[in-house]
Write a protein that binds this ligand. Structure first.
Ligand code: SAM
Length: 256
């Protein structure tokens, strides 16, 4: 099945259930984004939240970014389609990034790690972040970028979309969307090595799964196409090596 066969609401539901699955967490090496904790720390350093700041974490997943951002003393509100796995005590609201349930001009900073690529309507999601930020509020997006003419066939599956590669746009488009939403002072910091490392990790674990399945030691998780996933991972790795796929941090702010 390709993403073209699915309505945006079905794609969103696929994303939410994919990341709520512990098995997927294992496959991704325990972090739901490239660069793991180290890259979230880098994002936090660049955003520099202050002790009395209120920070919005869009598509907060298991709350990993919030935990790090809160080390500064800031308060973090997470929002995700799926909040069941959020840690106890964390503030996590179940909602769609394209329709944030917050009033205007409320947050000092907003982050969105490895998730904008999953939103079918990226322009609306960025406008929503802009709306909820106070004037002068900072934006920190970490995301996959993909610079190809036509999505390679191996990456056209729903699995490649929910795995953050099939729905990614190129860096210029991403910066353009942020500009159209109203953000200024945009800057991009590239971390392609984090994407390569992440892909390599997923590939090794997928090869392990395939071997274990061959030995009859692992029941196939429902609907898992290991060969299709391996083909997608191989293609994504090639694109990263060619400089056509990358990961990075997009910084910006809402004008004061
Ligand atoms: C790759 S994970 C990243 C999670 C977290 N930001 C992190 O880096 O650990 C993507 C997250 O996006 C969430 N998500 C996908 N589409 C969404 C949407 N339209 N609105 C809110 N959350 C969404 C998923 O439920 C999942 O938790």
């Amino acid at each position: 099945m390709t993403t073209l066969d699915l309505a945006p609401s079905d794609l969103k539901a696929c994303c939410a259930s994919f990341y709520a699955n512990d098995w997927i967490g294992w496959l991704l090496g325990g972090s739901l984004h490239p660069g793991g904790e180290a890259l979230t720390r880098r994002l936090a350093t660049l955003l520099n939240p202050r002790a009395d700041d209120l920070v919005l974490d869009v598509a907060s997943g298991r709350g990993d970014s919030a935990r790090i951002l809160e080390e500064s003393g800031a308060s973090v509100v997470g929002v995700d389609l799926q909040v069941e796995g959020a840690p106890k005590g964390a503030t996590a609201v179940q909602a769609d990034a394209e329709a944030l349930p917050f009033r205007d001009d409320q947050f000092d900073a907003a982050v969105c790690e490895c998730s904008l690529c999953l939103f079918p309507d990226k322009a609306t999601a960025l406008s929503e972040m802009y709306r909820c930020l106070k004037p002068g509020g900072r934006l920190g997006i970490a995301d996959v970028v993909l610079d190809v003419e036509g999505l390679p066939q191996e990456l056209q599956s729903v699995a490649a979309y929910v795995a953050c590669i099939g729905g990614a746009v190129d860096k210029e488009r991403l910066m353009g969307l942020a500009t159209e939403a109203g953000f200024v002072d945009l800057d991009w910091e590239d971390h392609r090595e984090a994407l390569v490392e992440y892909i390599e990790g997923a590939k090794s674990r997928l090869v392990g799964v395939k071997l274990a399945m061959g030995l009859g030691k692992l029941p196939l998780p429902d609907g898992l196409d290991v060969d299709g996933a391996l083909r997608a991972v191989k293609r994504a790795r090639e694109l990263a090596e060619e400089g056509k796929a990358s990961y990075g941090l997009l910084l910006g702010k809402k004008p004061a």
